[in-house]
Design a binder for this molecule. Structure first.
Ligand code: ADP
Ligand code: MG
Length: 491
C-alpha cells in the first residue's frame, strides 16, 4: 500500500499494440498502436462510429482485442485469472456516456457502488454504509458540490447533477486510470468547460482519457489529442499541432475523401470507325462548368472526328447516367462504393465561406471566425442535392458545429445563383474556390476565414469497371489529369 520511496518508473497506463476489435460484422478497431504514459491527459476525438467507445472498453478491460495486445497499467488482462483481473479492474474507473447509475437508489448508494462494481445486483447486495464510509462519501460529494444530496434518490437530481454523481462515484473508487466516454454528449456547450474542469480535478494527476467528437472544448484541458476514424489512428499530436487539415481528414464524409484508385488508360488496339460515336460525358457543376470546357479544344485537336456531348447536372444524376449506359465517363464531386464503378481523384479544391465585401453588419472582421459563430450567420445554401452542401453539412455536424437550418435565408439551385445572392449581400454562403474564382478576383465576394475549418472539395473521374473505355474517353481522362495538374500549379 502507498507509494514506495524509490521512484520505480510506472508502467504505461495503456499500451495498444496492433489492437484489432471485430464485432460480429464490423471491424471497430484496426491494428491500433497507442501508448499512454502514466499521468497523461489524452483526448480521443473522432466522428461517431470511429471506435472511441471500443478503445475505452479495451482500456477498462470489459473487452479483449480480437487480435493484438491491449496492456492496462502494465498488465495484459487477457492473460489474467479472475482474481487478478478483478484487482486490475478496481484500478480503472469509467464514466460512461449513459452514466449507468441506479435511478431508485440514493446518491450515497450510487457513489458506494464505485467500490464494489457498478451492477444493480451489487447495489442490492450492499449493506448499510458505516459511519466512516458515509463520511468518506460525503467528502467526495463535497468535491463535486453535492454534499447536501447524500440521501436524495438519484432520479430526483437534474442531468447535470447526475453526471456529478458519476464523477463522485469514480472519485470514491480512486482509480489509477480514469476514463470518460463522451462526457460532453448531453451537456449544453456553455457547461462543457465546467464538466471537463471537474474531470481534470477528479483525476488529480492520474491518467485521464476522454473520448469526444468535439475538439474545441477539450483543447484547453488535454495536451495530447488522438484522432480516430474508422478504427484507425489518423493522428496523435500535441494539441498545438492539431490543424484544420487533420480535422478535415477526420470529419469529411467518406464520399468526399480520396479514392486512391487510378483508372487504367493504357491504349487498347484501336477499333476505330471512320466517324466514331459521340463521347458522352456526364458531370456535376464544378467540373462541368470549370474543368471540362477547358480541355475540349485539346481533345478536339487530337481527335478531330469526335463530338463530345457534355451533360451537366449533379453528382447523383451524373453517376446514374454512367451506370445506365448514357455516359462513358463521369466527373463528379463525390464518390461512392458502387462495385461497378471506379473513381480516380483528379482535383482537390477547397470549399470556403464567402461574404459580400460590405457585409460589415455581421461583425465579420479579418480575424478568423470561431466555428461555433458560423452556425447562426444568415446563410444562402445550395439545393439539397448539391455535393458541396452535403459535404459542408456533414463535416460541420461531425465537428460539433452543425449549421442552424433556421439561419438559412435562401436556397440557390446553381453556383452562379449562390454567388449572385452572396454578392448582393443576402447572406454568407459556402462555395468551392474554383467555382468562385471569377467573383473573388473581381472583388464581388470575399473569403471569410473560419478557425480550424478546412473543407476539401474533390473532383473524381468515374468509369464503369466492367466496360472497356473508348479511346476518346481515355484521351479525355489524360487531358483532364493534365489540366488538373496545371490548376494545382507547379509543385
Ligand atoms: P464510437 O464510440 O466512436 O462512436 P464505437 O466504438 O461505439 O464507436 O463503434 C465502432 C464501430 O463498431 C461502429 O461501426 C459500431 O457500429 C460498431 N459496434 C460498436 N459496438 C458494437 C457491438 N456491440 N456490436 C456490433 N457492432 C458494434
Ligand atoms: Mg461511443
Amino acid at each position: 500500500m502507498g507509494g514506495t520511496p524509490t521512484a520505480e518508473p510506472l508502467p504505461p497506463a495503456l499500451e495498444l499494440e496492433g489492437a484489432t476489435v471485430d464485432y460480429r460484422a464490423a471491424r471497430a478497431l484496426a491494428g491500433v498502436r497507442l501508448a499512454i504514459r502514466s499521468g497523461e491527459r489524452v483526448a480521443i476525438i473522432g466522428p461517431s462510429g470511429a471506435g472511441k467507445s471500443t478503445l475505452l472498453r479495451l482500456a477498462n478491460t470489459s473487452l479483449f482485442p480480437t487480435a493484438g495486445v491491449a496492456r492496462v497499467l502494465g498488465e495484459d488482462p487477457a492473460t489474467l485469472g479472475a482474481g487478478r483481473l478483478r484487482a486490475l479492474r478496481a484500478r480503472v474507473g469509467t464514466i460512461w456516456q449513459q452514466l449507468h447509475l441506479v435511478a431508485q437508489a440514493s446518491v450515497l448508494e450510487n457513489v458506494r457502488m464505485g467500490r464494489v462494481g457498478s451492477s444493480t445486483l451489487a447495489a442490492l447486495a450492499l449493506g448499510g454504509a458505516s459511519g466512516a464510509e458515509r463520511a468518506r462519501v460525503a467528502a467526495v460529494l463535497a468535491r463535486v458540490g453535492l454534499e447536501h444530496k447524500l440521501d436524495e434518490r438519484l432520479e430526483r437530481l437534474s442531468g447535470g447533477e447526475q453526471q456529478r454523481v458519476a464523477v463522485a462515484r469514480v472519485l470514491h473508487q480512486s482509480p489509477d486510470l480514469l476514463l470518460a466516454d463522451e462526457p460532453l454528449a448531453s451537456v449544453d456547450p456553455a457547461r462543457a468547460a465546467e464538466v471537463l474542469r471537474l474531470l481534470v480535478s477528479a483525476a488529480e494527476g492520474r491518467t485521464l482519457v476522454v473520448s469526444t467528437h468535439l475538439l474545441e472544448p477539450v483543447l484547453p484541458f488535454f495536451p495530447r489529442v488522438v484522432g480516430l476514424r474508422a478504427g484507425e489512428v489518423l493522428f496523435d499530436l500535441p494539441r498545438e499541432r492539431v490543424g484544420a487539415a487533420d480535422l478535415a481528414r477526420l470529419y469529411q464524409p467518406l464520399g468526399a475523401t480520396p479514392s486512391g484508385e487510378r483508372i487504367a488508360t493504357t491504349p487498347l488496339p484501336a477499333l476505330r470507325g471512320s466517324s466514331g460515336p459521340p463521347l458522352r460525358v456526364a458531370a456535376s457543376t464544378l467540373p462541368g462548368d470549370h474543368l471540362l470546357p477547358r480541355v475540349l479544344p485539346a481533345l478536339r485537336a487530337a481527335h478531330p472526328d469526335v463530338c463530345v456531348h457534355l451533360s451537366v447536372s449533379d453528382t447523383g444524376a451524373a453517376l446514374d447516367a454512367l451506370l445506365g449506359g448514357d455516359a462513358e465517363v463521369a466527373l463528379v464531386g463525390a464518390r461512392d462504393l458502387h462495385p461497378d464503378l471506379v473513381f480516380e481523384d483528379v482535383l482537390e479544391d477547397e470549399i470556403v465561406l464567402l461574404a459580400a465585401p460590405a457585409l460589415g453588419g455581421l461583425g465579420l472582421g479579418a480575424a478568423p471566425l470561431p466555428a461555433s459563430d458560423l452556425a447562426r450567420l444568415p446563410r444562402v445554401d445550395r439545393e439539397r442535392g448539391s455535393a458541396t452542401r452535403r459535404i459542408v453539412e456533414a463535416q460541420l455536424a461531425e465537428m460539433g458545429s452543425p449549421l442552424d437550418p433556421a439561419a438559412q435565408v435562401a436556397e440557390a439551385g446553381s453556383p452562379a445563383a449562390l454567388l449572385g445572392a452572396i454578392a448582393a449581400g443576402l447572406g454568407v454562403g459556402f462555395a468551392s474556390r474554383l467555382s468562385a474564382a471569377a467573383d473573388l478576383a473581381a472583388g464581388r465576394v470575399r473569403e471569410v476565414p473560419v478557425e480550424r475549418l478546412r473543407i476539401p472539395r474533390r473532383v473524381y473521374a468515374a468509369v464503369r469497371r466492367d466496360r472497356p473505355l473508348p479511346e476518346t474517353a481515355r484521351a479525355l481522362l489524360d487531358l483532364v489529369r493534365a489540366e488538373a495538374a496545371r490548376a494545382r500549379g507547379p509543385a
